[in-house]
Design a protein around this ligand. Sequence first.
Ligand SMILES: Cc1cc2nc3c(=O)[nH]c(=O)nc-3n(C[C@H](O)[C@H](O)[C@H](O)COP(=O)(O)OP(=O)(O)OC[C@H]3O[C@@H](n4cnc5c(N)ncnc54)[C@H](O)[C@@H]3O)c2cc1C
Length: 312
Amino acid sequence: MRTVVDTERPKRAVVVGGGYIGLEMAEALILRGLEVSLVERGEQVMGTLDPDMGALVSGAVAEAGVQLHLGESLEAFEVAGGRVAAVVTGKRTLPADIVILGLGVRPNTDLAARAGIPLGVRDALRVNDRMQTGVSGIWAAGDCAESFHLVSRRPVHIALGTIANKQGRVAGINLGGGYATFPGVVGTAVSKICKWEVARTGLQEREIRDLGLEYVAAAIKSTTRAGYYPNAGPITVKTLAEKGSGRLLGAQIVGIEGAAKRIDIFATALHAGMSVQDMINLDLSYAPPYSNAWDPVLIAVRQADRAVREGG
Ligand SMILES: Cc1cc2nc3c(=O)[nH]c(=O)nc-3n(C[C@H](O)[C@H](O)[C@H](O)COP(=O)(O)OP(=O)(O)OC[C@H]3O[C@@H](n4cnc5c(N)ncnc54)[C@H](O)[C@@H]3O)c2cc1C
């Protein structure tokens, strides 16, 4: 992509797909001075966030100068002289010198299926905790393999390097004659779009509803550093907890520098099966360059705990 941008000097780019790859590409192209449009069939970018948090990201992307076309699907390309000339959506034609498709990823498991290896969710290879497939002597790890979701207690397919590395390590130990297991994932992911950091872990509202669980949601706004400290900026933290028990089910964060990695506190709490009540007294660090005395994570879980106590 860089070679094309450097040598052919395209002026107008159309990115199709508002997931993290599409957004990161849109950022890269804006920074290189291209005019960038992004087409996404959903009503928000970043479909792994709830709509209210996705709207913050949509706003950030638009603020960065990307022309957003939400609720529109790619229908065709116009081609002139053997090159793409435009992207056609249901609503408009967008002239384009270069097109990026960030449309998601599916495991390429045809070969495995033909070999009789059992597939699971989204046609990913079904594996046990040791990364063994259903056929003796064949192991799988990474984007082609399933994971077990520790919050929903269901198999999932999540194509991330974080998971691929851990699964690969476990498969390697077992293949080498050792013993290791990979217990599962909680769905943690981070991304950056210009000055905005975006993070999520656990289940989003739609997934919780699909499981038939009831939940409370609490979103708070705070600052990434003490409010008076230089370069403090906004952070929004949303927490989802089970109604009644207060069990943490998920969290999402959008904010400026310093925001995203706070999601790791929630990810750890999900692994530990903590409730928002358990989290309130976590001994999290504080100094003005890093947070307020009450870290935004603690403010968020207090708010969620109140919602649980009030019955949602
Ligand atoms: C642009 C982009 C950005 C990303 N950013 C992040 C990020 O920030 N954080 C994160 O956690 N994840 C990120 N990911 C996802 C991450 O890269 C993948 O989840 C990870 O690389 C998967 O590892 P893997 O080993 O399963 O597959 P791959 O890394 O895809 O490796 C598979 C290898 O197998 C080879 N291969 C395929 N078929 C055959 C065959 N028949 N014979 C021989 N070799 C074959 C391929 O050529 C390839 O080298 C990103 C992905 C992309 C595309």
